[in-house]
Design a protein around this ligand. Structure first.
Ligand SMILES: C[S@@+](CC[C@H](N)C(=O)[O-])C[C@H]1O[C@@H](n2cnc3c(N)ncnc32)[C@H](O)[C@@H]1O
Length: 310
């Protein structure tokens, strides 16, 4: 016969067991999102004439699905409905539609996060995340080097396929941030500037938006040669290939978006010194603008874990 103490202990054990299954299976959702993107599910739902699409129509319209696997699609959809990416409409004969978050998986949504999901699930990234405990035991500076034997940037320079995934992911984030930067609430930061270098500016999405919004401001993207490639600027936009640790072109403002978190404290000090040196002392209003991602501990389900901090 169980006494009260046993029952409480049992309750706690069951609670812990349930919670531990949540952790064990937490890899399932990102894999399902990647799978849905690669099968084209969000785009097929979006292009359907009726906002609600029946399961049979959905299955019939998935371009790459092997028909012998069609019976697995309801399980996939169930997970994604449960996670809020799709709506389920039972009344309309097992129909599905996109939610607001689901729209961010579309190929041509202006704020699509699709490439970030694909990058985060890339085997090179997954191999890095599972190497963290090895990295904590070795003397290499990053978990990426522990997993792949070279720095993230050297790897990107040698592996164009992976580099493409990374650059696309960064570009997708930059589309949203660029819109914010040139909106009424932030654009005062750029007013009066005549030149700006986006250091580690990737494919130039942010610099291009700033150049378009401020025609009298010269906007320069500085990034590594494999990222700049043969990109050519136009008008008040320029691309320069080089290392930010060697030379940063002179300007009266420097933008660092998602740069500092990639480097050690010593490297950040070195980089910030280089940034300040690149702003000639006679320039009025010279500034270094830093946009970083920060982790917030708010005990939520993780959806607010990362926030931009400007
Ligand atoms: C996290 S990404 C951020 C890209 C861009 N600022 C954005 O937010 O979309 C870091 C960028 O720094 C660039 N980078 C890394 N080392 C660099 C170096 N030594 N000199 C110039 N750029 C570098 C990378 O190629 C990459 O584009």
């Amino acid at each position: 016969m169980l006494n009260n103490n046993d029952i409480c202990a049992n309750d706690q054990l069951i609670q812990a067991e349930v919670q531990s299954w949540d952790y064990v299976l937490s890899y399932v959702l990102p894999s399902c999102i990647k799978c849905a993107i690669e099968l084209g599910i969000p785009d097929v739902l979006h292009k359907n004439a009726n906002p609600i699409m029946s399961l049979s129509d959905l299955v019939a319209n998935l371009p790459n699905l092997n028909p012998s696997k069609a019976s697995f699609i309801p399980i996939l959809m169930r997970i994604l409905v449960h996670s809020g990416l799709f709506n389920y409409h039972q009344q309309q004969g097992d129909g599905y539609s996109l939610t607001g978050v689901g729209r961010l998986l579309l190929e041509d949504d202006p704020f699509s996060k699709r490439s970030f999901f694909l990058f985060a699930e890339h085997p090179v990234v997954l191999n890095t995340t599972v190497s963290v405990s090895n990295w904590l035991r070795d003397d290499l500076p990053t978990a990426f080097e522990t997993a792949h034997g070279k720095s993230h940037w050297d790897y990107c320079a040698e592996e164009p396929e992976f580099s493409g995934f990374f650059d696309n992911a960064m570009t997708s984030d930059s589309r949203l941030i660029s819109n914010l930067l040139i909106s009424d609430c932030c654009k005062g930061v750029f007013e009066g500037l005549t030149s700006l270098v986006d250091v580690g500016g990737g494919t130039g999405t942010v610099a291009m938006a700033i150049a378009n919004a401020f025609p009298s401001l010269k906007s320069i993207v500085l990034d590594l040669p494999h990222v700049i490639g043969d990109r050519k600027g136009t008008g008040n936009l320029e691309f320069i290939a080089g290392s930010m640790f060697d030379k940063i072109p002179h300007a009266n403002a420097i933008l660092l978006k998602w740069i500092l978190h990639n480097w050690s404290d010593q490297d950040c000090v070195k980089l910030l010194k280089k940034c300040k040196e690149s702003i000639p002392s006679k320039e009025k209003g010279g500034k270094v603008i830093i946009i970083e991602i920060v982790m917030e501990d708010n005990n939520s389900n993780g959806s607010n874990l990362f926030k931009h901090n400007t």
